[in-house]
Design a protein around this ligand. Structure first.
Ligand code: MG
Length: 631
């Protein structure tokens, strides 16, 4: 399918925008009126630049507040339109989009509206310019696609067709079914934007919250299916207004846009399988099955590496052995593998220099590592190829959006990966196996990066995304949204701070960007695990007695059970029949912490109700340390 984007969606100068759009692989652009206004050179130079970059200029947009005026005002408007048509000729834009007027003084008389548009169409015909008229949900009169289509038919000019806008339809409750009456040949352009399901007026929603398809909650798959049913074969054009985009590079936004269109096409193709499509839709390798986190790799050197080593040991991890050719150690507890990488002159070391001690790589266990890699690459992920030593497997890897690595570990390689790469002391494995898996890996993101991340996990890894919700931090609000592999064997809750003072925001600034917020390990018996952790010296967070008073009342728990939780400082949550029992570690160097969890009966969340108790407990701990430092 032809793919296009409106320049208004991107940040930067018009040159930067066009270069980014071309680099991301788009076919065409809609040039925005405002971009020309702010541009320092002639429209003709924009045409040359786009041509040099291999980009078609499909349209110029929007012309607004043209129609339904009194005669005098309309005559004035015609002068303005003639100038815009001159500009379009110089730009080489064949089509102008006309948004329905928002002027409250304009007439609601459809005949007057159509007559004035007919005059504009006659003018356009003389210049060989095509026009498309479209509804705007906050227009004075023409607010939905049915009304706009009625006007286009009433105008009755071959010069003027309809354009449709997914956001305008779906965010205001019109269903895609309304497209059934419209022949595709009369649709001149299709604009796409997604949006989260929040209750807010449509103007603000469009200006601040509209996002690329796949980042929000609108059913754009059904929308595009309906568009294709009209026999429309033109371009899909992204048109998004988003405050967060202003702080991102145009290159990243364009890449996200292309990723989102490809994912949308894939979803449309899967939803319409069997139907004979008139346009070719993107057909990537389907997501490989991901069955868990095979390993986590930490980057640290010197005293930091020693500190992490003693933390891992206190969590019951056995130091199984050293890598055969690198300064990397393997730790194991039950089915959880951690690598601690202190190799100088390595990816891990440069990651450590930039971020401090941190998780620099995640290994995802998959049924098909090659398919996982090729899917990632078709969605514009960057491949990572490190040095492969003599005693090493070559495991396919990509860079995540923050530069950390994602390895795809084939299930058959997972069995002997460690024996091949590490000199393992067999006597050390097996005993004291408490942990079943990495339950979740929570990340803190700089503000404005949530949508981009969610799209990355959905497209590149084939993950699913939960709904967004807000968490109360003692110092502000934190927006949280979890992504997970199908079947939920890998869960990654993403957090981003709305304010600058929250723990999430502090963490992002301490670690120089997106970072692991905490790593949660799953166990079968949380009481036995906690007893063992305490014995081996793990530093777990104390939870105040008041928590348990409140808990017993909230869930109607038996006294004996509450007392057991209280004495072990275990937190508790329940949804339906599913229970979640968990403990937190103290933070490691105020960077990240660890969590130990037990889930039962399909509990599918993360104990968000208990997060404020963790944040308060950490704040208390920090105050106590500050007092000690003063003394
Ligand atoms: Mg957690």
């Amino acid at each position: 399918m032809r793919r296009s984007i409106a320049t208004v969606s991107l940040s930067g100068t018009l040159e930067e925008k066009l270069e980014s759009v071309a680099a991301a692989g788009f076919d065409a652009v809609h040039i925005s009126d405002s971009d020309i206004l702010y541009y320092g050179d002639t429209p003709h130079s924009v045409k040359s630049l786009a041509g040099d970059l291999g980009l078609a200029i499909d349209a110029y947009q929007p012309l607004r507040d043209l129609e339904g005026l009194d005669d005098q005002a309309f005559r004035k408007n015609l002068d303005r339109i003639k100038r815009k048509f001159d500009l379009m000729a110089e730009l080489g834009a064949p089509l102008a989009l006309i948004s329905a007027s928002t002027l409250t003084s304009s007439s609601s008389d459809h005949e007057r509206i159509a007559a004035q548009l007919r005059t504009v169409a006659e003018l356009a015909a003389q210049r060989d310019i095509r026009l498309a008229y479209g509804a705007l949900s906050w227009a004075a009169h023409i607010r939905d696609v049915a009304q706009a289509w009625e006007i286009v038919q009433r105008v009755g000019s071959p010069q003027l067709d309809l354009f449709i806008n997914a956001f305008q339809m779906l965010a205001t409750g019109t269903t895609s079914q309304n497209l059934r009456e419209i022949p595709g040949a009369r649709i001149a352009a299709v604009l796409l934007a997604d949006a989260p399901l929040v209750t807010i007026d449509p103007v603000s929603k469009n200006r601040f919250y509209s996002c690329f398809p796949g980042e929000g909650d609108l059913d754009l798959t059904a929308f595009v299916q309906a568009v294709l049913k009209t026999d429309y074969t033109g371009a899909l054009t992204l048109e998004v207004f988003n405050e967060a985009f202003r702080s991102s590079s145009s290159r990243q936004i364009a890449d996200d846009g292309m990723r989102s269109l490809r994912l949308l096409e894939e979803n449309v193709r899967l939803a319409t399988s069997g139907d004979q499509a008139k346009v070719a839709l993107f057909d990537p390798p389907p997501p490989a099955k991901v069955s868990g986190v095979e390993f986590l790799e930490f980057a640290a050197s010197g005293a930091d590496a020693e500190a992490l080593d003693s933390w891992f040991t206190s969590f019951g991890f056995h130091k199984l052995g050293k890598h055969r050719s690198k300064n990397v150690f393997l730790y194991r507890n039950g089915r959880v593998n951690l690598a601690l990488n202190s190799e100088p002159d390595s990816f891990a070391h440069s990651y450590y220099l930039m971020h401090g001690p941190s998780v620099c790589a995640i290994g995802l266990r998959t049924d098909d590592d090659q398919r996982a890699l090729s899917r990632a690459l078709t969605f514009n992920a960057t491949r990572y190829e490190g040095r492969v030593g003599p005693n090493e497997l070559s495991i396919p890897a990509i860079r995540g959006l923050d530069g950390s690595l994602i390895y795809f570990v084939a299930e058959h390689d997972a069995k002997n990966l460690y024996e091949i790469e590490f000199a393992i002391e067999p006597s050390k494995d097996g005993s004291n196996a408490l942990l079943e898996a990495v339950d979740h890996l929570a990340l803190s993101l700089p503000s404005g990066q949530m949508d981009s991340r969610v799209l990355f996990y959905r497209a590149v890894l084939g993950f699913e995304a939960d709904a967004t919700f807000l968490l109360a931090d003692p110092n502000g609000l934190v927006k949280s949204r979890a992504v997970s592999s199908r079947g939920h064997s890998v869960r990654i809750p993403l957090n981003t701070s709305v304010g600058q003072l929250t723990g999430t925001a502090r963490q992002v600034s301490t670690q120089g960007g997106a970072a692991v917020h905490h790593v949660a390990f799953e166990c079968d018996d949380i009481f036995a695990t906690v007893a063992s952790l305490r014995k081996s010296g793990a530093r777990l967070l104390d939870i105040p007695a008041n928590y348990y008073e409140d808990l017993a009342a909230r869930f109607d728990l038996k006294d004996e059970f509450t007392a057991k939780l209280k004495s072990a400082h275990i937190l508790y949550d329940r949804i339906g029949k599913g229970e979640f029992l968990h403990v937190y570690s103290e933070p490691f160097q105020d960077r990240f912490f660890f969590e130990f969890v037990q889930r039962t009966d399909g509990y599918d969340e993360y104990g968000a109700a208990n997060a404020p108790f963790r944040m308060a407990a950490i704040a208390r701990l920090q105050r106590a340390r500050d007092r000690l430092n003063v003394m």
